[in-house]
Design a protein around this ligand. Structure first.
Ligand SMILES: Nc1ncnc2c1ncn2[C@@H]1O[C@H](COP(=O)(O)OP(=O)(O)OP(=O)(O)O)[C@@H](O)[C@H]1O
Ligand SMILES: [Zn+2]
Ligand SMILES: [Zn+2]
Length: 808
């Protein structure tokens, strides 16, 4: 038997199938999707079995005896299903990436292997140790002559040179050793040994032995048995009498052990919810591949519909994937899914440690968990009988991976839904234009929820405060009187406020009030951000940091550097001064860095320990607190002014989402939005709560400007240390594309990128607009190929972003 294998080396040149022989003793065990250890050139590598072949193609192999054998299995279970293996090929083609890169993005990082090189003396070579340096002799002696790791020797040392020399002469040899970064958690456990039960006297011991005997192949931890009422001494006694065998066995960590999730009852769906549920549920039952848009206003009970659909899939013996944008943005979602489906749920998200992620993934791989809730990469959850895929808040940009392979979770979902013949649900109060237009044209099924689910709740009243007319009362220019008065009124009624500021840090920039100088990053074309906590200026692109100085570096005026633009930290401080009775808690990147900080802040706010929650994007979405009746947006314009054609869309989405946090239960909600652009359509339609009106106006603009969804767009960014070289290659790529592309495509540029320098590299960009989704793939592939090799020699980097969300 032979296998075809993809090798764990992320390089185009070796990104192909290699054939290996399977030794007799492994024939029964090797399966597709497993990892094997193989000789590769002069190294030992890990490979993924893609295909098993009984007979070789004679034409291809004229000397089959030359085919090498696999050495061992890396693990006993499959890590990739047949479906995922196929998908990796599709990804490599679609995203212009390597197949191994695609495979890696599907697996938990804990499965990543580390390769070590061990140095030995060559047993087939006459070795004269007395010719070795003392340092080398010490190395061998210290290892008991069983070899040492090459990585333990500094690269620039004399010893390293000596070893290289001896390797070349064949006196020493090296061998690869493969280590896995995974630390499996092990726990002391016991297992059944067959014995005559008559020999047991104690009643407790007999019961315990009977229980373990009932599942003779299982390992039981001491704490398992304790929960069945058997103390440690009872179990130990059985071990001593050799009724049980003791050993350390891998156990799963439970990252949610601290989270008490009580099972919740289903809610009776309302009329609209029921209609939507029936329609989608029908597609689950009939195994119909169909994308559904669930367009439901904030608080319309989309989550409740998702939970019922998952339940439906489970009742048919199928599994479900529920994607959320980022766990930190939707903290309550995990809890709600866990509460409904308890131990059937695996949670996959970035806040877990690598080991915890592996354990959760393993639960799916072993068929223990039936539902996964997680961020983007959990779209690859290795389920075998998928019944439904749900993407909550489908408009979020976190559903696209920014690094290689730059996949979109929706594309992957669609591939998987074709494989399993199942529906996909895209839920949002503010769908992307790309999504809505497909629903309009019946490519997707449109489902709508027009009212709030809770019968007493209505959508909040939304008011604008025109900052061109209304003056702010504080020197930081954050709060107007109408806003402050509403906050006070809310607090007096014993209700809660959410305040949203689209920034982080104490203040964004500092500027000299004498000459207008703004400190910039030394390595990037971007102004530095002031952080009050550390009294320093930081670059958010490269992490460069410097102390804030009192003197202007440009005009040398003393004490002239002032803060402009204000962040959440300063806003919270100012509000505390203006309304001393407010109990304020802040939520942004700074206050949530520690593990579990999100949860803690939400819980404390939910329990009423605070009455004002002030924060960035993190407070804008997914919150469901009945006592929040007021939402204030301090400045609606920050996002509107970004150089991005989606600026209006993003502003409309964000303001609608944050407004939606108010008045979700029986108390009516109020929203105040401060803006310098009260007549801008993105803001006007938030006030009128009219998604469709916004959609139509924005579509007209996109059509005129030839933007998505009328055109597909690809951004190409060219980066190099030298500006002239960068521009030269940008022109070269321009000409290449210009000659190859069809009529009806548009090529723009080269222009400097909006952030024209990052980490000391100059950046130019080209933009292509075209009509058919994959029509540029061939050209882009060629460019990618060529520049991959050029990068090796000339360090010229070319990044290709297909349908990017951001153009910075
Ligand atoms: N059928 C129902 N009857 C009563 N209450 C319901 C019903 N469905 C949902 N709810 C409640 O209404 C509130 C809003 O529901 P949910 O959070 O599911 O809305 P959503 O559409 O997901 O919201 P958003 O998009 O704003 O995050 C929740 O508190 C939920 O418990
Ligand atoms: Zn920088
Ligand atoms: Zn100055």
């Amino acid at each position: 038997m032979f296998v075809e294998v993809i090798v764990d080396i992320n390089h185009k040149q070796v990104d192909q199938l290699f054939t290996y022989r399977v030794p007799k003793f492994l024939e029964q065990q090797v399966t597709v999707g497993q990892r094997v250890i193989i000789p590769f050139g002069r190294q030992t590598k890990v490979g993924y079995v893609i295909r098993c072949v009984e007979r070789l193609d004679d034409a291809q192999f004229n000397d089959p005896s030359k085919i090498k054998s696999i050495q061992a299995l890396m693990d006993y279970e499959q890590v990739l299903t047949n479906e995922l293996i196929e998908l990796s090929r599709w990804m490599a083609d679609t995203y212009i990436t390597t197949r191994i890169g695609a495979i890696e993005s599907m697996l938990p990082s804990a499965l990543k292997v580390k390769y070590e090189r061990l140095i030995f003396m060559n047993p087939e070579h006459e070795v004269q140790m007395n010719l070795f340096s003392d340092a080398l002799k010490d190395k061998f002696n210290a290892s008991g002559h069983s070899g040492f790791k090459l990585s333990s020797i500094p690269l620039d040392s004399q010893l390293f040179k000596e070893i290289q020399q001896l390797l070349d002469e064949g006196v020493l040899i090296q061998e690869s050793d493969i280590a896995q970064s995974l630390n499996k958690k092990k726990s002391l456990s016991v297992q059944y040994i067959e014995q005559n039960i008559e020999r047991l006297k104690g009643q407790k011991q007999i019961e315990c032995y009977e229980l373990i005997k009932s599942r003779p192949f299982d390992w039981w931890t001491y704490s398992d048995l304790k929960s069945h009422g058997f103390s440690r001494s009872v179990v130990k006694g059985l071990v001593d009498k050799q009724f049980l065998e003791e050993g350390y066995v891998e156990v799963a960590r439970d990252p949610f052990a601290h989270m008490d999730v009580l099972p919740t009852e289903k809610k009776q769906l309302n009329g609209e919810q029921q209609i939507v549920f029936d329609r989608i549920s029908n597609d689950i039952v009939e195994s119909k591949q169909q994308v559904h848009l669930l367009h439901g206003v904030t608080g319309s009970g989309k989550t409740e519909v998702y939970l019922n659909l998952i339940e439906q899939a489970l009742s048919l013996g199928k599994e479900a994937i529920m994607l959320v944008p980022e766990i930190s943005l939707t903290p309550q979602m995990v809890e709600r899914v866990k509460a409904r489906f308890q131990d059937d749920v695996a949670v996959l998200h970035s806040a877990l440690s690598a080991g915890e992620k592996y354990d959760e993934w393993s639960k799916i791989n072993k068929g223990i968990a039936k539902v996964s809730v997680g961020a983007r990469s959990s779209i690859f959850a290795p389920f075998k009988e998928l019944g439904i895929i749900i993407m909550d808040e489908e408009h979020e940009s976190t559903y696209k991976q920014q690094d290689h392979p730059r996949y979109a979770a929706l594309d992957i979902a669609i591939e998987r839904s074709k494989y399993h013949d199942i529906p996909i649900v895209l839920g949002s109060a503010t769908p992307r234009l790309e999504t809505y237009v497909r629903a309009e044209h019946d490519v997707y099924t449109l489902n709508t929820l027009t009212t709030r689910a809770n019968q007493q709740a209505t959508l909040p009243d939304i008011h604008l405060i025109d900052l061109t007319k209304e003056f702010t009362v504080d020197p930081q220019m954050l709060f107007t009187n109408p806003l402050l008065n509403s906050i006070k009124e809310t607090l007096q009624k014993g209700e809660q406020c959410v305040l949203f500021l689209n920034r982080r840090g104490y203040s964004t920039h500092i500027t000299c009030n004498e000459c207008g100088h703004v400190p910039h990053c030394k390595h990037c074309d971007i102004s530095l951000t002031y952080h009050h906590h550390s009294q320093s200026l930081k670059c958010h692109y490269c992490n460069y940091e410097e102390k804030k100085s009192h003197q202007c570096l440009s005009c040398h005026a003393q004490n002239s550097m002032e803060l402009i633009g204000v962040g959440t930290e300063r806003a919270a401080e100012t509000l505390g001064e203006l309304i001393p009775e407010a109990k304020i808690v802040r939520m942004d990147n700074d206050t949530t860095r520690k593990k579990g900080a999100h949860e803690r802040i939400f819980n404390q706010f939910g329990q009423g320990e605070y009455n004002v929650l002030i924060g960035t994007q993190m407070v804008a979405k997914g919150l469901d607190f009945p006592n929040v009746t007021f939402v204030g947006v301090l400045n609606a314009d920050t996002q509107l002014n970004l150089p991005d054609f989606r600026a209006s869309e993003h502003t409309f989405q964000l303001l609608t989402q944050v407004s939606g946090r108010a008045g979700r239960a029986d108390k009516a909600g109020q929203v105040y939005i401060q803006t310098f652009n009260p007549t801008h359509y993105a803001i006007k339609h938030v006030v009128s709560k009219d998604y469709l009106a916004f959609y139509q106006e924005e579509m007209a603009y996109r059509k005129m400007a030839k933007y998505p969804p009328y055109f597909y767009m690809t951004l190409i960014v060219i980066e190099h240390d030298d500006m002239d070289v960068t521009l030269q290659h940008a022109h070269y790529i321009y000409q290449y594309i210009d000659q190859q592309m069809n009529k009806g495509c548009y090529l723009l540029g080269p222009t400097p990128s909006p952030v024209s320098k990052v980490k000391d590299k100059y950046r130019y960009q080209l933009l292509i607009k075209y009509k058919q989704q994959n029509q540029m793939n061939h050209i882009l592939y060629q460019i990618d190929q060529q520049y991959r090799s050029l990068y090796q020699t000339d360090r010229i980097a070319v990044h290709i972003y297909i349908n990017p969300d951001h153009f910075m």
